[in-house]
Design a protein around this ligand. Structure first.
Ligand code: PLP
Length: 493
């Protein structure tokens, strides 16, 4: 039965404690609080003074005092009021603030292009190139032959043209920027025709209809979700048509009763009407990766040779380079894109260009690219190799963790991630860790919050650690992180 709500609170309130008594004790405690200066001179804060900014330590000491004060006022009787006791709290606060916020993490999820974990790790050559250019000055926009002003994109244009067969190429900040810029430069205040099956949302705010609106291009949708024919495009062409746009359905697949128009057919139609054709390839691949069990996807060179006028793709997806938006195609179109005022707002910096040039250079020798570029190496690693690495890791973990966790090897496929090849699973293995005494969620949380964050995949009551995405030298810190997370002397929940 529902309780009756009375208009007045009839229940007896408990007698109030004697306020003066309670406040006296609290005041006594508050009076005990040491002066800030004594806290700053107490260990471990005192030792930190040498290499930490004074204001940061001062702030931490003040906050630690404020924290203790709040605890006293809330009735806490057990606070350590010694200068060292408070200095210890302050040191914890100061250390978290001194640690960099953006820092390396170990990706043990097995997902190769984890956007939240920074997508593609760079090759050694790309890292070295970026560091060399960052350390001093460079010929970023300086033509060494003539001694005159040069252009920042010349450094990669020739390479990109060579690798893709395009007449011209340029680079912007990312592929979303490349699509926006190309649409605006080629179609502003006019129409672009797109298949209803290709109105992609990539995640975040990137949706093809919205990007078109932002670029001032009117969307002319044709066909249906599952089927679009060449005649649909043909019938939509009119005075206002500026572009035929094809978008790679990177992160989803329409299967069953479907049909779409190939790049070559669309190019044929475009030529008949003198309308340029653009394709957003999304990830974009320079190599055919089907020998490694990946689906056969058109490479950038194939899109170019089909006659697409403008092809855009990402630098940090399957290409395995830095974040960038690559645009290749016909000279006149690239020229219009490059000279658009928005190009400057989306421009790439020298670190990116250096890393991108080194990454692209590796592709001149496809075998070399497979060896040097981490994303390609991880993609191409056969299941048997992943099994061997899982075995090695599991032996190390068993030795290090003893009774604290169960360790076994399980079959576990990898995903490509980053919105590329959504249906592709790379067969492989993972080490499954079942913690004893704490829940798998608290183990995962401790690993995230450790000195070197480790990200695994929680599956039921175990944590899966997939060696496919571990980089060279990460096995030891991974084992140490697990040891630290499972140490007994921590408060366990
Ligand atoms: C990933 C993707 C984008 C966005 O690329 P970013 O490099 O992340 O900006 C655009 N279009 C398609 C089809 C994509 O797959």
């Amino acid at each position: 039965m529902a309780s009756i709500v009375l208009p007045f609170q009839l229940a007896k309130t408990p007698p109030l404690p004697d306020p003066t008594m309670a406040m006296m004790t609290k005041n006594d405690l508050l009076r005990e609080l040491p002066a800030i200066d004594r806290i700053l001179h107490a260990p471990p804060l005192a030792e930190m003074a040498e290499d930490s900014p004074h204001t940061l330590l001062l702030e931490a000491a003040q906050e630690a005092v404020a924290e203790v004060r709040r605890e006293i006022l809330a009735g806490g009787q057990e606070c350590d009021l010694s200068p060292q006791g408070i200095a210890r709290r302050a040191a914890v606060l100061a250390r978290t603030r001194l640690a960099p916020s953006l820092r390396p993490a170990i990706n043990a999820t097995g997902t190769l292009l984890h956007t939240n974990l920074g997508r593609a790790p760079l090759s050694e050559a790309a890292l070295a190139a970026a560091a060399a250019v960052a350390r001093g000055y460079s010929n970023l926009e300086f033509d060494l032959e003539s001694g005159e002003r040069g252009h920042r994109y010349t450094h990669i244009e020739r390479l990109l043209c060579r690798l893709t067969g395009a007449e011209a190429a340029t680079v912007v900040n990312n592929n979303a920027g490349a699509v926006l810029l190309a649409l605006t430069a080629l179609g502003r205040n006019r129409e672009a025709i797109v298949s209803r099956g290709e109105l992609v949302e990539i995640g975040g705010a990137f949706r093809i209809p919205d990007v078109m609106a932002a670029g001032g291009v009117r969307l002319r949708e044709v066909g249906t979700t599952n089927k679009t024919h060449l005649s649909d495009y043909r019938e939509a062409i009119g005075e206002e048509t500026a572009l035929l746009l094809k978008v790679h359905t990177s992160n989803y697949r329409i299967v069953g009763f479907t049909s779409s128009v190939s790049a070559a057919e669309l190019v044929g139609l475009g030529r008949q009407h003198d309308i340029p054709v653009m394709e957003d390839l999304g990830s974009g691949m320079l190599l055919d990766l089907s020998p490694f069990g990946l689906p056969r996807e058109p490479t950038v060179a194939e899109a170019v040779s089909a006659g697409i006028d403008v092809v855009t793709f990402s630098g940090d997806k399957l290409l395995g380079g830095p974040q960038a938006g690559l645009i290749v195609g016909r000279k006149s179109a690239i020229e219009a894109i490059r000279s658009h005022p928005m190009a400057r707002a989306l421009r790439s910096d020298k670190l990116t260009l250096a890393a991108l040039e080194a990454t692209l250079r590796a592709y001149l020798d496809p075998q070399g690219a497979l060896r040097e570029i981490p994303v390609l190496r991880m993609l191409a690693a056969p299941a048997e190799e992943i099994r061997k690495r899982s075995l090695r890791l599991s032996r190390k973990l068993r030795r290090a963790l003893g009774e604290k966790a169960g360790v076994e090897i399980v079959a576990e496929p990898s995903q490509v991630g980053g919105g590329a090849l959504p249906l592709t699973l790379l067969p492989g293995y993972a080490v499954a860790v079942t913690p004893q005494g704490i829940s798998v969620d608290s183990l995962a949380a401790r690993l995230r919050l450790g000195e070197v964050p480790v990200i695994g995949r929680v599956q039921e009551n175990r944590l899966l650690l997939n060696p496919r995405t571990l980089q060279a030298g990460e096995e030891e810190p991974l084992v140490s992180a697990l040891c630290a997370a499972l140490k007994e002397d921590r408060s366990s929940r």
